[in-house]
Design a protein around this ligand. Structure first.
Ligand SMILES: [Zn+2]
Length: 387
C-alpha cells in the first residue's frame, strides 16, 4: 500500500488526484507498462512529495514506454506544472510524451494539444501555431485549435488569417461570428487608411458592413476615408449616421466632425447640428462642445448662461467643471483663486470616473478600445458615463 500512501500525499496537487482516483478504481487491472516501471514511478512520485520536481521529471522523461493508463499521469503532471507557472517543466514533460506516445493514437494528439497550451502560456506563439495547425490537419481538437489560432492571429495582428480561421470556426460550430469578423475587416481598413490607400480601404469597409450592417466602427472609418478623399459632406453624413445610432460615440468623432464643417465653411451649421443632437440625447460631451462653440461665437457669458440653464435640468460633474472654467474668466481677479480651488476639487472628484468600461469584465479605460485589452472581447467596451 506504500504506493497509494504516497499518492495520498500528492492530493493537494489537484490535477494528480483525479488520476489517483482512476488508478484506485482500477487497482486490480494495472497497465503492463505501469507494472513494469512501478519502481521508477514510485521514486518519481517520492521526489514530487519531497519537492524535488527536477529529479521527478528526469525519471518521467527517462521512461521509454507509455500507454493509455500511464500517459494520464504524465499529462496531469505536465498540466500541473503549467498551472503553477512552471511552463518549462510542462514543456519538457509534454515534449517527451509526444516522442513516446504510440503513433496513430489519440494519446499523441492529446500530448500535442497540451504542448501547444504550454507554448501559449510561455508566449511562444509561433510554436503553438504550428502544433494547432498540425492538429487541424489531423482533424482532431478542431474547435479549441481554431479558437487558439484566432487568439494567436489577433495577438499578431494578422487579420487576414484571423478572418480565415474565424470563418472556419463558424462552420465548425454553426455559430455566427460576423460581428467579430467585421472588426477584423475594420482593422485591415485602418491599416490601409494609414497608408492612404482609399481603394483598398473601401474594399475592406464594404466587407465589414457586409458582415455586420450595424458596425458603427466601419461607418466611422468610412467617414475618415471620405475625409481623405476631401468629400467632407459625405464624411459629415457618415458621422451623423453614427451619432444617430449611438450619440455616446460623439467624443470619438468630435474633432473630425468639427473639421469637416470648418472645411465646408459652415461652422454655424455645426452648432445647430449639435443642438439638435443634444435634444435627442443629452450627454455631457455634446453639451460641453456647444459651450465651446458658443463661447467663440457669442462670448463667455453667453456660453455660461446656456450651460447654467442646462445644468439646472441635468446636473453633471463634467458640466459643472466646465461652468467653473467659464466663470473663472468672468469673475474679478480677486475671486479667481477661489474658482481655481473649486475647479481643482471638482477635477479630483471626476478624475476617478473612467470614461469607458467593459461590460464583460469590468476593465476601465480613458479611451475607447474596440477589443477589450483585458478579456479580449470585441464591442464590449462602452462609455461608462453617458451623461
Ligand atoms: Zn473586458
Amino acid at each position: 500500500m506504500e504506493f497509494y500512501s504516497l499518492l495520498f500525499l500528492l492530493l493537494p496537487f489537484a490535477a494528480l488526484s483525479g488520476w489517483w482516483m482512476a488508478v484506485r478504481n482500477q487497482r486490480k487491472a494495472h497497465s503492463l507498462i505501469f507494472s513494469r516501471y512501478q519502481k521508477e514511478y514510485l521514486a518519481a512520485l517520492k521526489y514530487l512529495v519531497d519537492d524535488q520536481p527536477d529529479k521527478a521529471i528526469q525519471i518521467f522523461t527517462g521512461l521509454v514506454e507509455v500507454d493509455k493508463d500511464t500517459i494520464e499521469l504524465h499529462e496531469a503532471l505536465g498540466n500541473l506544472f503549467r498551472q503553477r507557472g512552471e511552463v518549462e517543466k510542462a514543456i519538457q514533460i509534454h515534449q517527451n510524451l509526444i516522442t513516446k506516445a504510440p503513433l496513430q493514437s489519440g494519446l499523441r494528439s492529446q500530448a500535442i494539444f497540451s504542448l501547444a497550451e504550454d507554448y501559449m502560456r510561455a508566449g511562444l506563439f509561433d510554436r503553438a501555431e504550428a502544433l494547432y495547425l498540425e492538429l487541424l490537419e489531423s482533424g482532431v481538437y478542431k474547435v479549441p485549435s481554431l479558437t487558439a489560432l484566432i487568439d494567436i492571429y489577433e495577438r499578431e495582428r494578422d487579420w487576414t488569417n484571423a478572418i480565415n480561421f474565424c470563418q472556419q470556426l463558424e462552420r465548425a460550430t454553426d455559430k455566427s461570428l460576423k460581428t467579430v469578423e467585421a472588426h477584423y475587416y475594420c482593422e485591415l481598413a485602418q491599416e490601409v487608411l494609414n497608408r492612404e490607400d482609399p481603394t483598398e480601404a473601401q474594399k475592406y469597409l464594404e466587407q465589414s458592413i457586409l458582415c455586420d450592417p450595424n458596425c458603427l466602427r466601419a461607418l466611422i472609418l468610412s467617414s475618415e476615408l471620405s475625409m481623405q478623399m476631401r468629400d467632407y459632406a459625405q464624411a459629415i453624413n457618415m458621422m451623423q449616421l453614427v451619432l444617430g445610432r449611438d450619440p455616446s460615440l460623439f467624443p470619438l468623432v468630435k474633432s473630425n466632425l468639427r473639421q469637416c464643417y470648418l472645411m465646408l465653411n459652415t461652422k454655424s451649421a455645426y452648432q445647430s447640428y449639435l443642438q439638435s443632437l443634444l435634444e435627442i440625447s443629452f450627454t455631457s460631451p455634446i453639451l460641453i462642445e456647444i459651450t465651446f462653440e458658443l463661447e467663440s461665437s457669442e462670448g463667455t457669458e453667453s456660453a455660461s448662461n446656456y450651460l447654467t440653464d442646462h445644468l439646472r435640468k441635468n446636473p453633471t460633474l463634467a458640466g459643472l467643471s466646465r461652468l467653473i472654467e467659464l466663470n473663472t474668466k468672468l469673475v474679478q481677479p480677486a475671486q479667481k483663486n477661489d474658482f481655481q480651488i473649486l475647479s481643482e476639487l471638482i477635477g479630483s472628484l471626476s478624475k476617478d470616473q473612467p470614461a469607458y468600461k467593459c461590460h464583460n469584465c469590468g476593465f476601465t479605460a480613458s479611451y475607447l478600445h474596440w477589443q477589450c485589452p483585458s478579456c479580449k472581447r470585441w464591442n464590449s467596451v462602452t462609455p461608462a458615463v453617458t451623461k
